[in-house]
Design a binder for this molecule. Structure first.
Ligand SMILES: [Zn+2]
Length: 387
């Protein structure tokens, strides 16, 4: 029998697959499936529509309720234009840090979860470990929901889901949710000397973007609600990350496109913010059409992720606090798949090795000590499942 792979061995292997979200993750999924099969564990794939990506889930141990889901994503953000000291897809150790794309976010955790599989089998867990690996997390958490739906339908119900996004092994019990729209402004071109007869898509876009500015100022000025106080910042934020439009300084722009998204604190609803946004879109569009009926605004929602709400006496929180000894209060402003598990009835927390500050960066790394802390966590988790 070959030597059992350590978490470090598995992480090195996972990082070697350049699973940037825009590309296929199937080479990685093949490898994971073979690995699990080598331990007698049958995994199930959930394909994307184009069949060039898949997520994977598996039940390790007895087919009974009360197990623990370990959830990670297999995709990583691109390295384009980033200045890396060493090959991003080869894990390289320097000064106690393990460098490589995805070491921190979040193939380090994926590796820990997979390394726990033979441990769970050997120690004879009484309740199962359930592995859940998704794709397309980094482009709006769109890969996980169909996988979670299948897990709900086909696996014995787990008592808790641990989403291993980098939290330096702290127990994160809340995160913001949100949604984002691709906004296409359709203007009408005329010479800018007679701009009152045209519609500038750029200048109309500016009005909608400035609505986001005004909402940010209002939200910031208001007193934070009780559920929002733990967040940084403790208010809902609206953001425009990309904008492009126009062809010349003296033509009213025919087209302008931008991405507008919001991150909503618990206690407010993303749907309500969506309604306010759509009302503003309708108001501006009516004014554009009053000048030129051809003008208008087209919308396409590109992500919609539920918040992770603080649970009342949640099992995931109780368990991870017990396993980590962390009793602090932690809430984060980025979205994860934890909200999607919670929305489907799982008790969920975010808890994983590495620091979010290193995620998505050139020279992304995880401290070797964080990986070791993750291994110790998995040992305690497996022991817990044996009791
Ligand atoms: Zn991540």
């Amino acid at each position: 029998m070959p030597r059992r792979l350590t978490a470090r061995d598995i992480m090195d292997k996972l990082v070697s697959f350049p699973t940037v979200s825009r590309d296929s993750n199937l080479d990685l999924i093949d490898w994971v499936e073979d690995y699990l099969d080598g331990h007698g564990v049958r995994a199930t794939r959930v394909w994307d529509a184009g069949r060039d990506k898949a997520s994977l889930y598996a039940n390790v141990g007895p087919q009974v309720e009360g197990g623990i889901v370990l959830s990670g994503h297999t995709d990583v953000v691109p390295v384009d234009g980033q200045d890396w000291t060493s090959d991003p897809f080869t894990v390289t150790e320097r000064n106690g840090r393990l460098y490589g794309r995805g070491t921190c976010d979040m193939k380090g955790f994926d590796a820990l979860a997979l390394a726990a599989v033979p441990l769970a089998l050997e120690r004879g867990v009484k309740r199962p470990l359930q592995i859940a690996l998704s794709y397309d997390e980094e482009v709006g958490c769109t890969g996980a929901p169909p996988m979670i739906d299948e897990m709900v339908a086909h696996l014995p119900r787990a008592a808790a889901a641990i989403i291993g996004e980098p939290s330096t092994m702290q127990v994160v019990t809340g995160h913001k949710g949100g949604a984002g729209y691709r906004v296409r402004m359709r203007g009408f071109e005329v010479h800018s000397s007679i701009m009152h007869q045209g519609v500038s898509a750029v200048m109309e876009a500016a009005r909608l973007i400035d609505w986001a500015n005004r909402m940010n100022a209002e939200n910031r000025a208001a007193a934070p609600g009780p559920l929002a106080a733990d967040f940084d910042p403790p208010w809902t934020t609206l953001h425009v990350g990309m904008v492009q439009g126009g062809t010349a300084h003296n033509i009213t722009a025919k087209d302008c496109e931008f991405l507008l998204s919001w991150r909503v604190v618990p206690g407010e609803s993303s749907e309500d913010w969506g309604a306010r946004f759509l009302a503003e879109v309708a108001r501006i569009e009516a004014e554009m059409k009053a000048v030129r009926p051809e003008a208008g605004i087209d919308l396409e929602k590109y992500f919609d992720v539920p918040a992770l709400a603080q649970e009342d006496a949640g099992e995931a929180e109780r368990l991870t606090r017990m396993l980590t000894g962390d009793n602090g209060t932690h809430a984060v402003s980025y979205a994860t798949e934890a909200g999607q598990f919670q929305a489907r009835g799982y008790s969920a927390v975010v808890c994983g090795p590495g620091d979010i500050a290193q995620a998505h960066q050139p020279d992304e790394y995880i401290e070797a000590a964080q990986l070791a802390a993750g291994e110790a966590f998995m040992e305690r988790l497996v022991d817990h499942l044996c009791r």
